[in-house]
Ligand binder design. Structure first.
Ligand SMILES: CC(C)(COP(=O)(O)OP(=O)(O)OC[C@H]1O[C@@H](n2cnc3c(N)ncnc32)[C@H](O)[C@@H]1OP(=O)(O)O)[C@@H](O)C(=O)NCCC(=O)NCCS
Length: 157
């Protein structure tokens, strides 16, 4: 199913997106925040069909410019959803991130019935925090020792 922002189209990710997404993830601007993704990991993680997990390709002007994913916690007492995304550095700073997030929020709330959404940028990812504030997210706390100091090399094998 496709959903639309003002300038972006979000559609389910396809096998022929994998190389383009891996190339975006391997740029320094993106890999700083999405470390250790290569083609094999993109294929293994983004193209699998898993319950409660959706990956949309972000398309702008007919071009693949990133991906946005949602995870849903289905347990009724704790039910909520989380969102994460990345964009090609060539389109950073043009408002496409918020434009992709808004319809995903709309879908999670209006279609899936969620009332709690989370998004968890690194504390020093100021661009992401600003982008998320623009669509209504607010800081509620800071997780400590959240990321490992080094990323397991096994991720790349
Ligand atoms: C984070 C990301 C999704 C945001 O999408 P985007 O389309 O680039 O966001 P925007 O165009 O709305 O710009 C972000 C805002 O941050 C501001 N900004 C940029 N650098 C900043 C900085 N160092 N400090 C504070 N604000 C900053 C911009 O001025 C803009 O705000 P404005 O519209 O009020 O001027 C995108 O930049 C991206 O993919 N980054 C790399 C991967 C990443 O960090 N993913 C998120 C992991 S949680």
């Amino acid at each position: 199913m496709e959903i639309h922002g003002a300038r972006v189209t979000l559609r389910p990710v396809r096998p022929d997106d994998a190389a383009g997404l891996a190339a975006i993830l391997e740029t320094p601007e993106v890999s700083r925040w999405w470390p250790a993704y290569d083609l094999a990991r993109v294929e293994a993680e983004f193209l699998v069909k898993e319950p409660n997990y959706v990956v949309y390709a972000i398309v702008a002007d007919g071009r693949l410019v990133g991906a946005i994913q949602t995870h849903e916690e289905p347990e009724p007492e704790f039910r909520h959803a989380s969102i994460d995304l990345f964009l090609d550095p060539a389109v950073h700073g043009q408002g496409l991130g918020p434009d992709a997030i808004r319809p995903v929020i709309g879908h999670l709330v209006a279609v899936d019935g969620h009332h709690r959404l989370t998004i968890d940028p690194a504390a020093d990812n100021e661009r992401a925090i600003r982008a998320y504030e623009k669509v209504g997210f607010r800081p509620v706390g800071r997780l400590r020792k959240c990321w490992p100091k080094t990323w397991p090399s096994a991720r790349r094998q």
